[in-house]
Design a protein around this ligand. Structure first.
Ligand SMILES: Nc1ncnc2c1ncn2[C@@H]1O[C@H](COP(=O)(O)OP(=O)(O)OP(=O)(O)O)[C@@H](O)[C@H]1O
Ligand SMILES: [Mg+2]
Length: 366
């Protein structure tokens, strides 16, 4: 799926740039090809260009440069309502004076659809979001989650093959948000629709998506399935942005094939997998996930061990979270499963920790 050629993609951005003021590019040379049926999430910090990309795809903004294609055809000059795209936004704004059914029926009526057909489509859309019994209510008589479902139904009522969602769950509490994540994913899979989903919540992105595009400053930093993003981040930004991550700074001493040797600023020498470092003498930031670190390691000859001092030991139920001072980093975190044989640690204690070199990635120092 990851290497869908732009030519047979259902949605394609080709060398797309966007500037609002004619000076700064808020989207820089965006290339993205999505196959039909894919659930793709644009994830990134505030201001990184996610909504802008969605707006260009929807037709509410025009690209300054480049081309956007739907089903192989350029859509730059097609107005929004002729693109056949469903949309759900954070501020879902249902019409307050209309019933739920009228809210769904209205856009179909505007498009000239007859009453019988409208009623049938509205019924179907409401059933899809399990709101079949609520057609007669007004939006104010629904909970936040129910309103969100109606907003989703309103996007689905057109039977659009492509649905865009911009932070659709942002206004909901955690529990409802998690439930709706599951529902949206299920409906998308059942209907086989293609979804472009925008969020700045990484958990949401990881749990819902076939692929995630990590945005920063108008550039896709990495486009990959969730597991690959987490386990094989291609640069420091992605490693830091996705999941919890430990970093140790140093200089590349030797490099060759799929191993490099790094002299940490503390003087410790460790091996790592070189990801986007290429030369001896280059500064690097080495990345290790908290759950890949072991105490009193018995990982074999290839493993590294370092001495650390415990700063904090937190009981979290299923896991223990230990904060350590290691090689000059006071925020080094280790997560261990809560097993009967796992020793509880106290601040000030000295411990040995270790990991396998393949779990340690040498990334850019920027
Ligand atoms: N209509 C506009 N006119 C001028 N600048 C804009 C406009 N819309 C967005 N921008 C700017 O473009 C950049 C990208 O904004 P965009 O809304 O795409 O970010 P985003 O990734 O969706 O952020 P958020 O997570 O906060 O919603 C920002 O610097 C923003 O200030
Ligand atoms: Mg936005």
């Amino acid at each position: 799926m990851a290497d869908t050629a732009a030519s047979d993609a259902f949605v394609a951005f080709e060398r797309v740039q966007k500037s609002y003021d004619g000076e700064t590019l808020v989207v820089k040379d965006l290339n993205l090809a999505m196959p039909k049926g894919e659930f793709l999430t644009m994830l990134g910090p505030s201001g990184s260009g996610k909504t802008t990309c969605l707006m260009m795809l929807a037709g509410f903004e025009t690209a300054t440069h480049g081309e956007i294609k739907l089903d192989g055809k350029p859509i730059n000059n097609i107005p929004p309502h002729k693109r056949g795209i469903g949309m759900v936004f954070q501020n879902y704004a249902l019409f307050p004076h209309m019933t739920v059914a009228e809210n769904l029926s209205f856009p179909l009526e505007v498009r000239g659809m007859g009453k019988a057909e409208r009623e049938q489509k509205v019924k179907r859309a409401l059933e899809m979001v399990q709101m079949g019994r609520f057609g007669g209510r007004r939006p104010a008589q629904l909970s936040g989650g129910q309103q969100q479902r109606i907003a989703l139904a309103r996007a689905l009522v057109f039977e659009a093959e492509l649905v865009l969602m911009d932070e659709p769950l942002g206004a909901l509490d955690k529990q409802l948000r998690e439930h709706m994540q599951f529902e949206i994913k299920r409906i998308a899979d059942d209907l086989g629709i293609t979804v472009v989903y925008v969020t700045h919540d990484q958990t949401e992105a990881l749990t819902m998506s076939d692929r995630v595009a990590v945005f920063e400053a108008g550039v896709i930093q990495q486009l990959a399935p969730p597991s690959e993003l987490y386990e094989a981040p291609q640069n420091s930004f992605v490693a830091q942005f996705i999941g919890e991550n430990n970093t140790l700074e140093g200089v590349v001493e030797e490099i060759g094939g799929n191993r490099c040797t790094v002299r940490l600023d503390s003087g410790d020498i460790i091996d790592a997998v070189p990801i986007n470092v290429s030369q001896k003498g280059e500064r690097t930031r080495v990345s290790i996930r908290p759950e890949r670190v072991e105490f009193d390691p018995q990982l074999g000859d290839a493993a590294h061990t370092l001495t650390a001092e415990v700063r904090e030991f937190i009981y979290m139920g299923d896991v223990f979270r230990t904060r350590l001072s290691v090689a000059g980093n006071d925020e080094f975190v280790v997560k261990t499963r809560n097993r009967a044989d796992q020793k509880r640690l106290s601040p000030g204690e000295t411990v040995r920790i270790g990991w396998l070199p393949e779990d340690c990635r040498a990334l850019d120092a920027t």
